[in-house]
Design a binder for this molecule. Structure first.
Ligand code: GLU
Length: 293
């Protein structure tokens, strides 16, 4: 079943953007709180890689999971990035304003027979790393049953090379799943390259299966290293989860923080002070892609 015209235009827009930029990444935090140091290191790395490539860098706010959003977090994320000199291109994209788009794709995938309704509970699936296909043939209704909606899963062949199992695209609580929203956005915004945190490596198989189901090439996904301090030591959970505020309270300014993040990546010596653009200039002859894989 061919992609209908109103959806085809997203694919076309994405291709045009990707071709125009050559390299385009997005930084996509969830507004569940302030950016912690790990997020900031990731932001710095993906910004550096994009700017080194002469490419684009957009900001996308992954705010679909509304119960997890924190008041003021979207503003705080933007303030912190600007304070650090990590400027993005164009207006930020809020996923909450794109629900209609995700639902249109979901609806088309459902009509083209690629999805099935699943009524397995979290408890029933506990301990199974890959969905065992229980509801694939079940033909469940789409309505409420015992006050629960089904989740909708993408049918993924057992011999699929990505090994993702059947990916949830709409959750049983009615929310669009992160996997669907991120893949649709990466396609529609012409994202060619993604540099993100190592914790998201586990999302790769599901995303690859979904790109394949849509017949689109995935961006080149690469993941950054774990966060370390200026002397190469792993940060404690408490240090890593705090945002910029304690650093600012201790009198650090933006060049000190950039110096600290960059020295954690072994890009500059400990105690270096420099702005994000100075760091970019300093790295002209250094291949930072060795840090991401
Ligand atoms: N919003 C996701 C997170 O903060 C990141 C999405 C992505 O980079 O693919 O974990």
């Amino acid at each position: 079943m061919a992609v209908p015209e109103h959806l085809q235009q997203h694919l076309t827009a994405g291709r045009v953007l990707a071709a125009a930029y050559g390299y385009r990444d997005r930084f996509a935090p969830s507004p569940t709180g302030v950016l912690h140091l790990g997020n900031l290191q990731t932001a710095l790395l993906s910004w550096l890689a994009a700017r080194q490539a002469g490419g684009g860098w957009m900001l996308r706010i992954d705010d679909l999971d509304t119960p997890r959003n924190r008041a003021g977090a979207i503003e705080a994320i933007q303030r912190d990035l600007i304070w650090l000199g990590l400027h993005w291109d164009g207006p930020p994209v809020l996923q909450s304003e794109r629900r209609g788009t995700y639902h249109s794709w979901l609806s088309w995938l459902r009509r083209s027979g690629r999805l099935f309704a699943c009524r397995c509970s979290r408890r029933e699936l506990a301990g199974q790393p890959i969905y065992p296909g229980v509801c694939r043939q079940a033909r469940h209704s789409w309505g409420m049953q015992q006050q629960r909606l089904p989740s909708w899963r993408l049918r993924v062949a057992d011999d699929d090379p990505h090994g993702s199992g059947d990916v949830v695209l709409r959750r049983a609580d009615g929310f669009i799943a992160y996997q669907l929203a991120t893949v649709i956005d990466d396609i529609s915004f012409g994202i060619t390259d993604v540099v993100r945190g190592a914790d998201l490596r586990e999302a790769l198989p599901a995303q690859h299966s979904l790109f394949a189901a849509l017949g689109e090439d995935p961006p080149r996904f690469r993941h950054g290293p774990l966060l370390r301090d200026a002397r190469g030591r792993k940060l404690s959970k408490r240090e890593a989860s705090a945002g910029l505020e304690p650093l600012r309270a201790a009198g650090m300014d933006a060049p000190a923080v950039i110096g600290c993040l960059a020295s954690g990546l072994q890009l500059v010596p400990p105690d270096a002070r420099l702005s994000a653009t100075e760091l970019l200039d300093d790295l002209t002859h250094k291949d930072i892609t060795a840090l991401i894989s």
